[in-house]
Design a protein around this ligand. Structure first.
Ligand SMILES: [Zn+2]
Length: 328
């Protein structure tokens, strides 16, 4: 057994020992019932199997809820999306779980069966927090989801990242796929995704996960008991900086290759060369930062193997106005 799998299995064992299933039949969910108020918070880790960094923090939160180190008067569900893919150290086994929270599913596929198990849990969320990590290096943690004022108050109050890649919520988005956070927002509740840094075990990712869960429980209790407002919790923290996607750089030629070492939130200037020497020239069309740089597997001639990603990278830039002024 590799170190990765033994570390993972030890955490999954701890989760299984500590968990209280509650009414759910889903094996990888812990249900906490505080019995005092009705606010239901849902937290998830491992929606992508190899993004394991949040897992130790989430497992610790389950244990601390069981032992009483953490208290919460409402209902909380802490779930693991795809431990089976985590054991294989892959993003997913058969299909990307974070695209298939959809009505029409193929029960032959592991992730489709899993989405069917998870949707009833997400249906109950008043607030949903989904912990991810990026494929490649990351200069700093970031939130990524469309703007909403309530989402903003949570983001700021939880202080899980100092930057938020957001977009106009009125903007039409790719149909035919549905992420977990999007599924919750579709039902009228905040669905918040945070990218904690580059994928893998990370003390910083684990600590951040735990403190975001603990803070979310504390704020939801305070709001339910009328001892605080979410706005007060938000205003106790500095505001985040807002970014939006300016350019999606199409992966139009399999020979296209990014210069080595481009990280998420790597600052770029307009016209900066992004491609590796001797490959089709690619320059940053505007100043800002790189997001989701892709380094896919390649053949001996350096051509990206199929199916290659649709985008080789994005360029994001800081919003010139507050989203509250832009989008309300
Ligand atoms: Zn992810």
């Amino acid at each position: 057994m590799t170190d990765h799998v033994s570390t993972l299995n030890a955490l999954l064992d701890r989760f299984t020992r500590a968990r209280h299933p509650g009414p759910t039949t889903y094996r990888w969910a812990h249900r906490h019932d505080g019995g005092e108020h009705g606010t239901h918070l849902v937290f998830s880790s491992l929606i992508h199997g190899n993004e394991v960094g949040s897992l130790p923090g989430l497992v610790r939160a389950v244990e601390d809820l069981r032992s009483g180190v953490l208290t919460y008067g409402g209902t909380a569900t802490l779930l693991l999306g795809n431990p089976e893919a985590a054991q294989a150290d892959v993003r997913f086994l058969q299909d990307d779980l974070n695209r298939v929270f959809l009505p029409d599913l193929d029960d032959a596929l592991h992730e489709h069966r899993r989405a069917r198990e998870l949707m009833p849990l997400l249906d109950e969320a008043d607030v949903y927090l989904d912990f991810h990590q990026t494929l490649k290096a990351c200069r700093e943690p970031f939130y990524i989801f469309p703007w909403s004022e309530t989402g903003w108050l949570w983001v700021r109050a939880l202080a899980g990242a100092r930057v938020w890649v957001t977009r106009n919520p009125g903007q039409a988005f790719s149909s035919g796929t549905m992420c977990a956070d999007e599924y919750v927002r579709d039902r009228g509740h905040p669905g918040i995704t945070v990218e904690l840094g580059e994928k893998g075990w990370s003390e910083q990712a684990a600590d951040r996960t735990y403190s975001m869960i603990a803070d979310a429980l504390r704020f939801a209790d305070g709001v339910a008991r009328g001892t605080m407002t979410l706005r007060e919790a938000a205003e106790a923290q500095p505001d985040v900086r807002f970014f939006e996607t300016k350019h999606r750089l199409a992966f139009s030629d399999p020979a296209m290759t990014l210069a080595p070492g481009l990280a998420n939130f790597e600052p770029v200037i307009a016209g900066q060369l992004l491609s590796a020497p001797g490959t089709p020239e690619l320059r940053a069309p505007s100043p800002g930062a790189v997001l989701f740089p892709k380094y896919p597997p390649r053949d001996a001639a350096g051509r990206a193997l199929d199916p290659r990603p649709g985008e080789i990278a994005r360029v994001i830039s800081e919003l010139e106005q507050h989203p509250l002024a832009l989008w309300g």
